[in-house]
Design a protein around this ligand. Sequence first.
Ligand code: AMP
Length: 232
Amino acid sequence: MDGAPLPEGPPRAFARVHALVLLGPPGAGKGTQSRQISRKFGIPEISTGVILRQAVREKSPLGLRAQVVMDAGHLVPDELVCSIVEDRISKPDCDRGFILDGFPRNTAQARFLDALLRRRKLGSALAVSVNVASDSLRKRLSGRQTCPQCGTIYNVYLHPSQKEGICDRDGAALTQRRDDSEESIRSRLSEFESLTRPVIEYYRQADLLREVDGNGSPEAVTTQLFSVLKDL
Ligand code: AMP
């Protein structure tokens, strides 16, 4: 027991919203925030990036196909990520709803998600865009460190671990993502603008978009997100 409060269960609106989609540029803090929402409401967070990185580490056929594309900071083909999501959401822990971090990344994936939710007779998606000024994103990405054991995300410039390079929660050595290199950061930010920005408009037009200011501290962003979910 780590003394963490018990999850509350999904917000009431999750009777009609089944998939909470966190949108925002690389470095906006989607991973950190989806973890907080998952803990509070007891619904799983599904990060296509985490699943893909795991596949790369295991050198599975999926990982071998994805690795070069990911290292270069480009998007993995839709057919691969869509089937990852379809498999994952059919697991029983997704029955009460789930959070998507890093999916959909383009409008084809957003349409796929809509069709999948309809086919399974689940509630709709609701997207929350975490908006961050573009000039701070590079610092957030190049300083990012992740705990390989518990997934906690730190930043050497903005919110470092207490002991340099060591996770506060479990003492594991922190790692840096391979795609947080200068060149890869450049292409990820540019693909966000050209391919993922239209997804925000896709949800806005369907009146399924909420927005939060992601420029403050992680705690301040979490507070805004919880209040958006409470007021649905
Ligand atoms: P992330 O952890 O969300 O930043 O994702 C890391 C990398 O995984 C991305 O730069 C892409 O190469 C790949 N990736 C993750 N999610 C997707 C997706 N929905 N579509 C295509 N590629 C993805």
